[in-house]
Design a protein around this ligand. Structure first.
Ligand code: MEV
Length: 444
């Protein structure tokens, strides 16, 4: 069969599923898995194209978070074991003070690329001379945004040397308030591009948001008292953080641990986590080297103080945040009032996960903490159900052999024992009730 299926997008979800089933020889059981409904229901087919089903992630709650003197329960959507528990534990150890966080205004950058410019200095001057007029033209581009205090705030001009010659890049600096902002920013860029072409005689090629949201940074910090970590652990964690500061191979993994927490909050709330990921990693290279997004120091008392800073383009209105039923409830659980507050929480969770990962690795190695949940996943993946999952996982951990093969054997053995036990129970009941199995009537 060929994959160039004409009109696939026009088919109903059911028919698309049938086509895919035939193409990939899916079994009835496979198809039933995909038919299984989710909280998204019919909405899924409206959100993206060519939908055949939905996929799900566990939604966990990180407890113990106290941020800027307010307590939060934080929804995290993630498939990786230990991340929710690690964030909760780090937040617990940071109590009672908890985290402090602050952020910049929700300002994004939109880029308009101008090529074919003969005299870059002259073009820049022409744009600058008419800056007021440009700003005026865009003044009411998004009247709702403006009403809320947002809209175009400034315009900057950059000149870059590219493989295809000099280019002028105009940056629109736009306050997007409580939205992530991509739609608004792109609309502004597209609206002004023809006028910029007219002024400069250049050609506008790209008109698009930049995910390196350097004007929308979030900073958070927390202090873990020396009484909850010991001296040697603090020294080890400082060494571990210094390793990331001096080596990009380690920094990448260090930052992955940070983004474990950040992304989980963003996914739970329906935010564009790829945009934040892209911004975070680009921001990590600001100095020209790839650096960690968090850093640690010891204060005068000897406590460990952790810091995080990263761009955070997140929204609580518009996009999927206002459509996805689980995202909507997650935002309700958080009770955040602004996009800035949500970004601050996500940064705190990122710091918490990074702290927890360093602590675990310095203290005992990461595998020990992962072991129980890993065993639970293995048990579920070999087909254990309900109570069986815990029982199989427990034996895997006790034996220190967490493999699919062993899980299979244990489950098989367990079921044989259960069947034996059940047969014995039935025989016992039958014996008690007489040969024909019916309960003897008691003589009155
Ligand atoms: C695993 O998801 C994350 C860690 O590798 C992070 C780190 O090494 O800092 C444990």
């Amino acid at each position: 069969m060929k994959s160039d299926i004409s009109g696939f997008h026009k088919l109903s979800v059911k028919k698309r599923l049938k086509v895919v089933g035939e193409f990939s020889s899916l079994s009835k059981d496979d198809l039933n898995v995909l038919k299984h409904n989710s909280a998204l229901g019919e909405l899924a087919n409206k959100m993206i194209e060519n939908v055949i089903s939905t996929t799900q992630l566990p939604l966990g709650i990180a407890t113990n978070f106290r941020i800027n003197n307010k307590d939060y329960l934080i929804p995290m959507a993630i498939e990786e074991t230990s991340v929710v528990a690690a964030a909760s534990h780090a937040a617990k150890l940071a109590r009672p003070a908890g985290f402090t966080a602050e952020s910049d205004e929700p300002v994004m950058i939109g880029q308009i690329q101008l090529t074919g410019i003969k005299n870059a200095d002259l073009a820049k001057k022409k744009i600058l001379d008419r800056k007021k007029e440009i700003m005026k033209r865009l003044e009411n581009k998004d009247s709702i945004l403006v009403k809320l205090g947002g809209g175009l705030k400034d315009l900057e001009i950059r000149e870059i040397d590219s493989a295809r010659g000099k280019m002028i890049i105009v940056h629109l600096i736009i306050d997007v308030r409580d939205a992530m902002g991509a739609n608004a920013v792109n609309t502004y860029c597209e609206a002004i591009a023809p006028f910029l072409e007219e002024i400069t005689g250049g050609r506008s090629v790209l008109k698009i948001i930049s995910n390196l949201a350097v004007h929308r940074l979030v900073r958070a910090t927390a202090t873990w008292k020396k009484e909850v970590l010991d001296e040697a652990l603090i020294e080890g964690m400082l060494d571990a953080a210094a390793f990331a500061g001096a080596d990009k191979f380690r920094a990448a993994t260090h930052n992955k641990g940070v983004m474990n927490g950040v992304d989980a909050v963003l996914i739970a709330t329906g935010n564009d986590w790829r945009a934040v990921e892209a911004g975070a990693h680009a921001y990590a290279t600001t100095t020209g080297e790839y650096l960690p997004l968090t850093w640690y120091e010891k204060n005068k008392r000897g406590d460990l103080v952790g810091h995080i800073e990263l761009p955070m383009a997140v929204g609580i209105v518009g996009g999927i945040t206002s459509i996805h039923p689980v995202a909507k409830v997650s935002l309700k659980i958080l009770q955040v009032k602004t996009s800035r507050e949500l970004g601050e929480l996500a940064a705190c969770v990122g710091l918490a996960n990074n702290f927890a990962a360093l602590r675990a690795m310095v203290k005992e190695g990461i595998s020990k903490g992962h072991m129980k949940l890993h065993a639970t996943n293995i048990a579920a993946s070999v087909g254990a159900h309900d109570d069986e999952i815990d029982a199989v996982a427990k034996r895997l951990v006790a034996e220190g052999n967490i493999t699919m093969n062993r899980a299979h054997e244990i489950l098989k053995q367990m079921r044989i024992e259960m069947t034996k036990e059940n047969i014995e129970k039935i025989l016992h009941i039958k014996k008690r009730n007489g040969k024909n199995g019916k309960k003897k009537k008691k003589n009155k």
